[in-house]
Design a protein around this ligand. Structure first.
Ligand code: PA5
Length: 445
């Protein structure tokens, strides 16, 4: 289970104030558990691991096996924000670091599209598609988001031209709203198999719905392990206690933000496989908390690489941040450092030590240096990088996000601010219905 340790914050805070914030976080916990807070019609994610139907896994496996029998080796997964980051995080965390170069995958390769509007990206994706046997999962809860809609229009046309319309219908699966939206209508018309994004689960909380589960299964990853880890977290975090890791995390980050001016939280990771865990976390916390003029700005660094770039700022720059460090306790592989008779690099003092030992010492040394530089440190530990621990982290961060946002006093489950750029983009693209906005925005240039 995920462990949270806040002793690296103690020297920065008043212990009595911490107890007050634990009280606030426990009140927020009650609101979340009673489902009585703002946005409470979006709490379906809370019971997802315990209520995930076996049929969802079986249906996902059936699609995986059917596509495998056709020789599909590339699945273009289209979606943006919550409709892609969870699956991307799982694929990155659970793949061999060099799986592409090793080419040893037994399942189809999952690649992502519809998360940007780069013409070069989509053109180069089509270059790859031309070399491979292709299927597509298109994900949009609303069914109207521009970026995935643009990508899907291009990929759909490509698949239809290459395989014919009837075969295309078996190579495209949609994940969308049960009743409404353009993707739902299109899927019905074209005869695509569809999976449902539950009404009561927002995009960024949807990794344990078909949105995450189908691509994870089709990519050959251990979805049962993820669900088992999430289930353990669901049970553990349901216990009301001042020691509950979600309460501790929510209390400390709100205290640092509200009382000590720590406006930025940096999620620090020491394992390249968790790079996208940070991207998923940034969306979850940024979109859930950043509203009403409030919220901690979620940032991330990947160490030790970023110690040689962002490390300078974190050590000596403006003291606006605290760090939340992911501590992976054990490596899953073992590589030790050899003795070198010449010792020109003067590393013989490390001979016989594991690389992971050096990674741990780098982490501990950095935590102390940053504390000395005025940066409070929260530690989140998991045993290793595997499906079970990833599932625990998914559920932990979701639950803690609900507790934390209610502690802050905002509705975690809406995202009104995301509309502003869309209105301007539609006006600039001269979308029908936006004529007035188009005329107004053009005057600004
Ligand atoms: O968390 C959210 O709700 C958003 O990030 C959405 O997931 C994102 O905007 C994609 O929306 P949709 O799935 O409707 O295309």
């Amino acid at each position: 289970m995920v462990k949270v340790d806040v002793k690296g914050c103690r020297s920065f805070i008043d212990g009595k104030k911490y107890e007050q914030y634990v009280g606030k976080a426990l009140d927020a916990f009650d609101v979340l558990e009673a489902e009585s807070g703002a946005g409470n019609d979006f709490l379906g994610w809370k019971h997802l691991p315990s209520t995930t139907p076996e049929s969802l896994i079986a249906d996902s496996e059936a699609i995986r096996d059917e596509w495998a029998s056709k020789g599909v080796d590339l699945v273009i997964t289209i979606g943006i924000g919550g409709s892609y980051l969870g699956a991307k995080c799982a694929v990155e965390a659970l793949s061999h670091n060099f799986s592409k170069q090793l080419r040893e995958k037994s399942a189809a390769e999952i690649v992502f599209a519809g998360n940007n509007l780069s013409e070069d990206y989509i053109a180069e994706l089509m270059d790859l598609a031309g070399e491979r046997n292709v299927a597509c999962i298109v994900i949009s809860k609303s069914g109207t988001t521009t970026e995935p809609a643009v990508a899907f229009r291009i990929v759909k046309k490509y698949i239809e031209e290459r395989y014919g319309k009837a075969e295309a219908a078996s190579r495209i699966v949609a994940i969308t709203d049960e009743h409404k939206g353009a993707l739902k209508t299109l899927s019905t018309q074209e005869g695509y198999r569809t999976f449902i994004v539950p009404d009561n689960v927002g995009g960024r909380f949807s990794v344990l719905t078909p949105v995450g589960i189908l691509p994870i299964v089709v990519g050959g990853f251990d979805v049962r392990g993820i669900l088992a880890g999430a289930l353990e977290a669901e049970k553990a975090l349901a216990v009301k206690s001042s020691e509950n890791p979600a309460v501790v995390y929510a209390a400390m980050r709100n205290l640092l933000y509200s009382e000590y001016g720590k406006k930025v939280e940096i999620l620090v990771n020491y394992n390249p496989k968790f790079t996208y865990l940070a991207e998923w976390w940034k969306q979850l916390y940024g979109e859930s908390e950043g509203k009403d003029g409030l919220g901690i700005f979620p940032a991330s660094v990947n160490n030790t690489a970023d110690l040689h770039s962002m490390g300078q700022f974190i050590q000596e720059g403006d003291r606006i941040m605290f760090e939340t460090v992911i501590n992976v306790e054990k490596a899953t592989r073992s590589v030790s450092i050899a003795t070198d008779p010449q010792n020109l690099d003067q590393l013989n003092y490390l001979a016989g030590k594991s690389v992971e030992h050096c990674n741990h010492m780098a982490r501990l040394g950095t935590v102390l240096a940053h504390m000395d530089g005025g940066v409070p440190e929260i530690e989140i530990s998991v045993e290793k990088v595997d499906a079970f621990n990833l599932g625990s982290l998914f559920y932990f961060f979701e639950f803690a996000c609900g507790v934390s946002a209610y502690t802050l006093g905002v509705n975690p489950f809406n995202q009104p601010g995301v509309e502003a750029y869309k209105k301007n983009m539609f006006a600039l693209l001269e979308k029908p219905g936006y004529e007035e906005a188009t005329a107004a925005i053009k005057k600004r240039f």
